[in-house]
Design a protein around this ligand. Structure first.
Ligand code: HEC
Length: 170
């Protein structure tokens, strides 16, 4: 085989491989579950390191800063990964495993104050639709994580909407 043919074959293989693997990285459930145990630190690395959440899409209609409907009326931002976005846009009724929703809460002078996160982990908590709840400080410390009653008690009010308040997913 001539050298130029060899190079052409290489390029062809690389393109073929990208086509084969790309849809997986976009469409498949992103598992951040290590050894079958969810872990707030691991999830933090995933959403701030390898897959920075600031690049995730917003909830359609909730782009940028907006006010919470809660009594404290924080200023906040909402991000969701592509799996979760697909559920919202196509009204699928239930978020698939691997869905990740991140709410950033800010102070009045727009300093990041707190993050609350929902990550759907297969088998983590079937009675609670497998949502894993975390409250993070901006440095990644997680004072609350897991089956957090405080979060669930309030969000259970929208259980029929897969525990999510912001908009109907049906
Ligand atoms: C008193 C009720 C209440 C409690 C407690 C609560 N939330 Fe929420 N949460 C809301 C409301 C209402 C929204 C809709 C956005 C808004 O208006 O702030 C929301 C939005 C969210 C969202 C964006 C997705 C959605 O449901 O719209 C996430 C993620 C979230 N909360 C996580 C948490 C976590 C984690 C906890 C516990 C640490 C928690 N929440 C505790 C009421 C609550």
């Amino acid at each position: 085989m001539k050298n130029s043919d060899r190079i052409r074959k290489w390029i062809f293989n690389i393109i073929l491989m990208s086509i084969c693997f790309l849809p997986h990285s976009i469409g498949m459930a992103e598992s951040v579950n290590v050894d079958n145990r969810m872990n707030a630190q691991r999830l933090w690395e995933h959403m701030t390191g390898e897959n920075p959440y600031q690049l995730y899409p917003s909830w359609p209609g909730k782009e940028g800063f907006y006010k919470s409907t809660m009594p404290a009326a924080n200023i906040q931002k909402l991000y969701l990964n592509h799996l979760a976005l697909d559920t919202v846009v196509n009204k699928k009724g239930l978020f698939p495993h691997g869905s990740l929703i991140i709410k950033e809460m800010y102070t009045e002078d727009k300093k990041l104050n707190l993050l609350t996160v929902m990550y759907k982990d297969k088998g983590f908590h079937p009675e609670g639709n497998d949502w894993y709840w975390v409250k993070y400080k901006p440095d990644g410390e997680a004072p609350l994580e897991g089956k957090v009653e405080l979060c669930i008690e309030c969000h259970v009010g929208v259980k029929d909407n897969d525990y999510v308040f912001t908009g109907s997913i049906k």
